[in-house]
Design a protein around this ligand. Structure first.
Ligand code: HEC
Length: 104
């Protein structure tokens, strides 16, 4: 299975599972994400290249989100973030998409 096929398959599964949960997996707008400082920054930064569902289906610790950001910068062509922006993004992701979220 190719990586993109794998991602498409897991996205489809995520959308299917979310149909019965209170939080939709389809994120077309920052308003579709939980309110909080950094929401717009995360939305516009991350959805520039790929679906936000790739992000919002995850449940990761702050440390692992930090690793994801390194991976985005080093291998996927994301612009290097200044420290304040990076912390804003990490705080938002770790607050709302952490390991113990119930909706994944
Ligand atoms: C410059 C483009 C770019 C930006 C900006 C970007 N990404 Fe990515 N991201 C990618 C690419 C390319 C992939 C790999 C997708 C693939 O292989 O189909 C990816 C994959 C991912 C994955 C992996 C999904 C999985 O199935 O494991 C996560 C998580 C992710 N990105 C998070 C983020 C977050 C969070 C942000 C915003 C802070 C972000 N990305 C911003 C290009 C980008």
């Amino acid at each position: 299975m190719t990586l993109s096929k794998l991602i498409r398959t897991s996205l489809a599964a995520g959308i299917f599972l979310a149909a019965g949960s209170s939080m939709a997996a389809i994120v077309n707008d920052p308003e579709d994400m939980p309110p909080g400082e950094g929401r717009e920054t995360v939305f516009y930064m991350c959805s520039a290249c790929h679906s936000m569902a790739i992000v919002t289906q995850q449940g990761l610790s702050r440390k692992r989100w930090d690793d994801v950001l390194d991976w985005m910068v080093e291998d996927q062509g994301m612009a290097e973030l200044d420290e304040a922006t990076r912390n804003e993004i990490l705080d938002y992701l770790a607050d709302h998409y952490d390991e113990d979220r119930t909706n994944n």
